[in-house]
Design a protein around this ligand. Structure first.
Ligand code: DO4
Ligand code: MG
Length: 285
């Protein structure tokens, strides 16, 4: 089941249940005005099935603007969870190579703060590349949607936009390489109720187009991730509270060649089978 936030023709934010590729059911007549009440409930899928039996307004997806599927969640990200990411990080940095090697093998994962909810970019809106960086890439990642009790209740698509030259220069620059204006996109919606073994079979694909032509494409499988979802969520919630829940990006397994950097107006399309498509143009910030 796919849960979304959208703006209707009057610019009001509503919650929708996406029924197929072309339509959603507006949940507001059923009293659902925020995703939170569903995500914090004990059986979000069962509750939604029950709600969907009502005669709810059907709205064409082409007529709405999708908002990022995040309300008051904090957005965090795990790193170096795929072998490809570890190798790329070690190549980009003499200074920090040992740290990446160690964290890939360590019990404790790398987890860093990524974005406030209000800063998250939805599908269709521009993601940013820093004007003071010369090597910028998208990081297509599966994102876990976690409620305040630490339970993984859904999945969405994340783009952990990153400046590799800043990150590679010095590990202490990670927050600047990772957390800046328009550096995090999430969407298009949340897929609810997929158990981890099924989600691990999903494919992650990315295509970057420049002037309409593909300039980079890549694919991996969620199953390539080294760590378990509960393990990552467990570390995020250890000695920490998230009263409104959290979103955790789970790391990238696709890294463009070292000669590639994003440019203004590139189009990034990230697909995760089982969820959908997150598409964003690129702008300089
Ligand atoms: O420390 C580097 C961050 C790595 C990352 O974001 C990833 O592997 O996805
Ligand atoms: Mg990442």
């Amino acid at each position: 089941m796919k849960l979304c936030r959208f703006k209707n023709g009057d610019d009001e934010v509503r919650i929708g249940l996406v029924t197929d590729d072309s339509a959603l059911l507006d949940l507001s007549p059923a009293g659902i005005t925020a995703m939170q009440s569903l995500l914090e409930g004990h059986d979000p899928v069962g509750k939604l099935k029950q709600i969907a039996r009502n005669n709810l307004p059907r709205v064409a997806l082409s007529e709405v603007q999708l908002c990022a599927p995040v309300e008051r969640h904090e957005v965090w990200a795990a790193g170096v969870t795929y072998l490809r990411s570890k190798t790329a990080r070690m190549e980009e940095s003499d200074f920090s190579a040992t740290a990446y090697d160690k964290v890939y093998a360590a019990e404790r994962p790398e987890i860093f703060f990524k974005a406030l909810a209000e800063k998250v970019v939805p599908t269709g809106e521009p993601v940013g590349i820093r004007r003071d960086a010369r090597w910028n890439v998208p990081e297509p990642e599966l994102a876990l949607v976690i409620n305040s009790r630490g339970q993984i209740v859904g999945h969405t698509i994340g783009n952990d936009m990153s400046s590799r030259d800043i990150e590679g220069e010095n590990l202490l620059y990670l927050p600047q390489a990772k957390t800046y204006h328009r550096s995090c996109a999430l969407g298009p919606w949340i897929t609810l109720g997929t158990p981890e073994p099924a989600a691990r079979a999903w494919k992650i694909k990315i295509e970057i187009r420049r002037n309409g032509q593909p300039v980079f494409g890549g694919e991996t499988s969620v199953g390539q991730i080294k760590r378990g979802f509960e393990e990552l969520a467990g570390f995020l919630f250890r000695c920490q509270v998230f009263p409104h829940g959290a979103i955790l990006l789970t790391g990238t397994g696709i890294v463009p060649p070292d000669t590639f950097t994003l440019q203004e107006r590139d189009m990034i399309a990230i697909e995760i089978t089982g969820i959908g498509l997150l598409q964003n143009p690129v702008t300089v910030v």
